[in-house]
Design a protein around this ligand. Structure first.
Ligand code: SF4
Length: 461
């Protein structure tokens, strides 16, 4: 059946549903993990919205629940399975409810086997390569009353121009690459998101032009490793070229990109990063570890000296840069001396902030089989020492911003205080400020009055 016929039959189904139930079918999204997962959820929401589905937050009242899952750590998977278990009761109360399970966990055969055997409440299984095929799978479930799945690894790019129901009106994530070829030994991503493939620059530019026309002020260029963008594309293009083209889009106020890989950061990229005011001066560059022996065991492809050199060049060329990173502690065989090297490098570089993680065994990755797994207690002690060090460094960095006026894109009311609003500075600093008016979506000036390690507080100028 053609895709158009599938859409037409689903639209008729949705209209009949509305007539019978007195309301449009409700869709609810349970999304776990990284930006890519949330991006996929927005695409599926767009496909269903076009068919008249209405988005709600309460799973109890949903007619379809779509789960986009994360496999980065075992604990993340257990959380998802726990949530899926709880959905069983909702399905018992509403047998017509459809539960769709997808994302990285659906690319793991042992998880799929568990779902098919023990989680009968799941009606639809969709893979990370099959987001644009979601409607065909839904059609199978609705019209053939049977479970439906498609987990094929096509390494194809999703169809261009799919409708998207964005969560944020004023900012948007724009995928530029899918998959990863780096095979860091602790990471499951290459096994669940496939080989690296880049979208054509003209497709990315036209999507961003559409977003800017739709009121978006800030875009984040998204990929597991954005710096290797363009590999395999003809005519030749690299990430620096794309960044310049995006920066020249009229009325685009802010550009961010994540995630970078030190192995692929070029001087050309650093100069493009420095050249345009609308490229936010925040550079997130995962270090992961500070010792060469651990970096080698992680298959990261660079040395601590190379990383230090890169960090110094970026800071020299862009003195106002906010430089952040990711670090894993307790990687198999990590000794106290090797961990000390990480602390020394963190002190030497002086990151504005760092996302720190305790290494956790991930089935299906080479590191899970490695000798010398570090005891959990040691890992806990190490991450506390690293977080204490980084908190002190972040505080010193933020103290220098007291009295400064920063440009902040307001994300909305603070979750903890209704009179306070929250937003991000150009350097991706979290800024809180009081306001009587709702300034959500605006780029405003905030004079910083108080610094803390993880956020800044100020007042509207
Ligand atoms: S670069 Fe490494 S850590 Fe990042 S997604 Fe690829 S394999 Fe995973």
């Amino acid at each position: 059946m053609s895709y158009e016929n599938i859409k037409e039959e689903l639209l008729n189904w949705s209209l009949k549903f509305k007539e019978k139930q007195g309301h449009a079918p409700h869709m609810c999204f349970l999304t776990f993990g990284c930006q890519m997962s949330f991006h996929d959820a927005e695409l599926i929401a767009g496909l269903l919205w076009e068919l008249g589905f209405v988005k709600i937050d309460q799973p109890e009242q949903a007619d379809i629940i779509v789960m986009n899952t994360c496999s980065v750590r075992e604990s993340a998977e257990n959380r998802v399975l726990g949530q899926l278990g709880r959905l069983k009761h909702l399905k018992e109360n509403n047998p017509d409810m459809i539960i769709a399970f997808g994302g990285c966990m659906a690319q793991r055969p042992e998880i799929v086997e568990k779902i098919e055997k023990s989680y009968r409440q799941v009606d639809l299984l969709f893979g990370t390569h099959k987001i644009d095929d979601f409607l065909r799978l839904l059609h199978n479930v609705l019209f053939s009353q049977s479970r439906s799945k498609d987990l094929e690894e096509t390494n194809a790019l999703p169809k261009e121009g799919l409708p998207r129901l964005r969560v944020q009106k004023h900012s948007a994530m724009v995928s530029i690459t899918y998959g990863c070829n780096n095979f860091c030994t602790y990471c499951i991503v290459p096994y669940v998101r496939g080989r690296e493939r880049s979208r054509r620059p003209e497709d990315i530019i036209s999507e961003i032009e559409f977003l800017v026309a739709d009121g978006v002020k800030e875009v984040t260029l998204l990929g597991q490793n954005v710096n290797s963008y363009g590999k395999g594309l003809e005519p030749q293009v690299d990430f620096a070229d794309l960044l310049v083209e995006v920066a020249e889009i009229t009325d685009l106020k802010r550009i961010r990109f994540m995630t970078s890989h030190p192995r692929d950061v070029s001087d050309k990229l650093i100069s493009a990063f420095a050249q345009y005011d609308n490229i936010c001066k925040h550079f997130h560059l995962p270090l992961q570890a500070g010792s060469n022996s651990i970096l080698k065991a992680m298959n990261r492809g660079y040395s601590k000296e190379k990383y230090l050199q890169l960090a110094q060049k970026i800071k020299e060329d862009v003195p106002q840069v906010s430089f952040t990173t990711d670090i894993i502690v307790g990687f198999p065989s990590e000794t106290e001396e090797e961990f000390q090297e990480t602390l020394d490098l963190v002190e030497k570089i002086g990151f504005d902030s760092a996302y720190t993680f305790i290494y956790s065994k991930r089935g299906g990755t080479p590191a899970a089989q490695m000798e010398g797994q570090v005891p959990y207690q040691i890992k806990q002690q190490r991450i506390q020492r690293l977080m204490d060090l980084q908190a002190e460094i972040s505080l010193q960095k933020n103290l220098k911003l007291e009295g400064e006026t920063l440009q902040v894109l307001v994300e909305g009311p603070s979750k903890n205080d209704a009179n306070m609003y929250t937003g991000r500075s150009d350097g991706y600093k979290l800024v809180h400020f009081p306001s009587q008016e709702d300034k959500t979506g605006e780029i405003i000036s905030v004079k910083i009055e108080k610094a803390s390690p993880w956020h800044l507080t100020g007042r509207l100028v």
